[in-house]
Design a binder for this molecule. Sequence first.
Ligand code: GLY
Length: 403
Amino acid sequence: MKRKTIIATGCIIAFLGIVSCSVHTETCQEIDANKMLKYCDTQIRQTLSQLGNDSCLLPRSIPNDSQKWGTINAYDWTSGFWPGILWYDYQNTGDEFIKSQASRYTEYLTVLLQPEHQGDHDLGFQFLCSFVNGYRLTGNDAYKKIALAGADKLARFYHPKVGTICSWAHMREKMGWPHNTIMDNMMNLELLFWAAKNGGNKAYYDMAESHARVTMEHQFRKDYTSYHVAIYDTVNGNFIKGVTNQGCSDESFWARGQAWAIYGYTMVYRETGDKTFLDFAEKITDVYLERLPADYIPYWDFDAPGIPHEPKDASAAAIVASGLLELSQLENDPQKSKTYFMAAEKMLASLSSESYKSGDNKPAFLLHSTGNYPAGYEIDAAINYADYYYIEALTRYKKITSN
Ligand code: GLY
């Protein structure tokens, strides 16, 4: 009897061992978020010392063969990302020095409100990452007022006949595109949603929702891959055609464009609660996940002719990882939630590996992003927006896993 019990117990232990092993295999990508956030903090402090105390220039990118940040002023489309990185670091460390740097760089962006600065859809990235993050963490009312004024400026590009924001007004003459909307613009709807519920014009909610619906209708192919740019007629509001600016060709599947869409439609579902957007976010995610290489970091364009010898785009992976962490939390279906969470975890694990970390080599967090391949610009570089969405994703991951 006793022997039988011992054998049975042994079998149960062995069985549990196998189960726990397979569970472990499923979650073996688990990331030490605290360790990676500490790594980010170290890189940030190196960047600050490289920039110097009185610099009003912000870091944008580091070419593959350099260790030094190329810098920009507040008018560059990426200017919000560095203050945003500092705000996330402050959120994670509570360090007053980092907070003072986040405030300093955020406040440089006030010049974007000058009437002589026209701006474009990127005002969304610029004000959201800097002032909205700053307001979220400090409650500083001045930041809220500035961000609301930024939303007013962004909303001026909304075209009621088309129902979307014109992303690049300057392309009207340069390219002959009467009204153009780029996929990246999905991200900037968040500033309009935020303004509508924080004392700004309530009509901004409707504008943002309309933009998302019109884009959903026209800017995706039947297989749910996206066009970078949609061109519309301003007289009748009709869609004319889809083209590219930063992808391989008009019909190719540009990785970061889809990344902006995945993150953007997840955010639109969070803001509206409309299941149409959830369903759409899933479909555009699934086609992206199906085409990923083994390490879950896409090539800069899924249709680039030289794959597997094409540059990767770590920025797209960081954007998608952050978006999917949110999507996994918004899902009611446990299986879908798990699928998206685990995909995000794999992306973060790759980005956090020696293959993608800058480490001691450069003060950025991540290597191997591609900014604008057709223009020959920022190819296989460290880029500030990759770092921004990486630290945001780590912060989200830490919150989810600690719960
Ligand atoms: N928003 C510009 C880009 O993704 O390159």
